[in-house]
Each structure stands twice: as C-alpha cells, then as structure tokens.
Design a protein around this ligand. Sequence first.
Ligand code: PLP
Ligand code: CA
Length: 304
Amino acid sequence: MAAVNLKSLSSKEIIEFFNSFDTVLTDCDGVLWMEMTPLYHSAEVMNTFQELGKRVFYVTNNSTKTREEFAEKCKLLNFKASEENILCTSHLAANYLKNISFNRKVYVIGKSGITKELEKVGIAHCGTGPDPMGNDLTTLSIEKDPDVGAVIVGYDEHFSYPKMVKAASYLADHDVHFIGTNTDERFPTSKSIVMPGTGSFVRCIETCSERKATIMGKPEPYVADMIKQKYNVDPKRTLMIGDRANTDILLGTRCGFKTLLVLSGVTHLEEVEKWKQSTRQEDRDLVTDYYIDTLGDLYPHLQK
Ligand code: PLP
Ligand code: CA
C-alpha cells in the first residue's frame, strides 16, 4: 500500500491513522508556513497532536536561524513548540562538531544562525559576511588561517568566488572537516524565477574541493538518529510529514517511518505517480505512504 489520499479514508480509518503513531516529525517551510505566512490550520493540527500526547519535532533544513530563533518564530505563528522540539541544520552542525570534541576554528559560508550556534557551544569561527570581490586573483585575500579545522557550508546570499577559493583551499587538507547543512536544490517560488538553495552552494564547494560534504539535514538520517537516541522513538509508530520528497519523504523511508506528503509545497502528485510506476528503487523510496492537500485539512478530523 502506498500513496493513499487521506481524504479518501472514512472517519474510522482516519482515527486509526491518528492512533497508528505517537511521534511526529514535521518539516517546516511548505508544511507549516511559507516564509512568514502560516498555512491555514497547520498550527491547530500540530498543537492538537501535542494535546493528544504525541511527541512532536519540528525538523527544518534551514540554517539561517538558531534553534532559539525558530522557537520564537513558532511562538509568533501560534505553534506550541519549544527549543527542545526544534532541529535546524545550524544547530545540528554546531552539535556535530561539539560531539567530536572539535577544538579548532570553523570557516563558515553561511549566516548568523550558524555562527550563533557555534558560539553557544564555544567554537570559534571566521568567514561570514560579504568578501571584497577582486577583478583578478591577486586582489583576493587568500591567506589561510592555520587554526581552521572545519568548513561549514550553509545558505549564504554573499556566496562568492573568494569564498570558493578559501573553502577549497582549507579543504585541500583532508584533516579539515567538511560539513554541508543541507542539499535542497532550490527554494519553491510561485513566480517564473529560480532561487538556488543551499544544495547549489554545497555542490559547488564539493566540485572545487574534490570532496564530499557530510550533510546534517534531511534526508541524511543523522537528525533522525539524534531524535531516536535521545527520545527512544519507535520507527514503526513515527510519522514524518513533509512537502519535499527528496528530503522529507526519503528521510522517512530510510528510517522506517510512516510518511505523509502535503501538496502545499515543493512536490506535486504527478511526480509521485511517476515514481510509483518506476522500477528504480531510488524512485520508489520517494513514494509517500499518505498524502493530503494541506496539513490543515486534518483539523476537522481532530476536532471530533
Ligand atoms: N534553507 C533555507 C535557507 C530556507 O529558507 C528554507 C526554507 O525557507 C529551507 C532551507 C527549507 O526549510 P524546510 O526544511 O523547513 O522546508
Ligand atoms: Ca519544506
């Protein structure tokens, strides 16, 4: 059984669906909100899950804010989430380094979400902000800081050629850790323009450094393993909700969770139908167990 429309289920079957999980991992942008606009009734659904005693985790690939800042955003948009329930890739990257007792400096391509999380765990950093652009290489400041022992690549509007030079030069030393926050190729936009996402920056540094980054966010199971270890989660009774198949649904598939795709974001139903017909396992891993137009569509069923 795969790709069941929750709307096609009877009330009894929907209640069985709700009773089939006690832990919920939800993606944020595209499921709960679009940038700063909450999606209709999504807060009510998440808050009701919590009231029903389900454990809820907000898992976002976004690295631009700290966990604390995401908690503030949740509060502002009426989601009853605390810092403990939020996993963002800035926090994951800082904690990954803390857990390996990293005690050198990090060259950061990214924003203050990453640097503030590093500061919280006492790790020094350099590199953020715009770099002066020279017309030729001789004008670039390419001095290497000998303390740098890791490079983190996250979302950075000031991504530039000088930053590529620096990151790749640090990474020429294979003892220097290479961390990518996430691999989302693009941001969803309703207009006919393409907004490159962090995956574009990570792939760029992977290409010029001839190395592979360790990825913190979905679909890599690092984030789910952290939750599983800390909270003793049973994968069979865990639901992963997302709007993007190659991050959220793939993470759920890899971890043995039930998966629910909402159609309010990146992935469209036509793509799911195509993957369902495919004989390639990589495509079949993207097929969700359940789908629904918006998360808020579940709210009437939770009020009964
Ligand atoms: N990274 C950045 C910089 C973003 O702005 C977003 C969405 O707004 C994402 C990643 C994707 O976040 P999510 O995993 O919550 O969809
Ligand atoms: Ca999303």
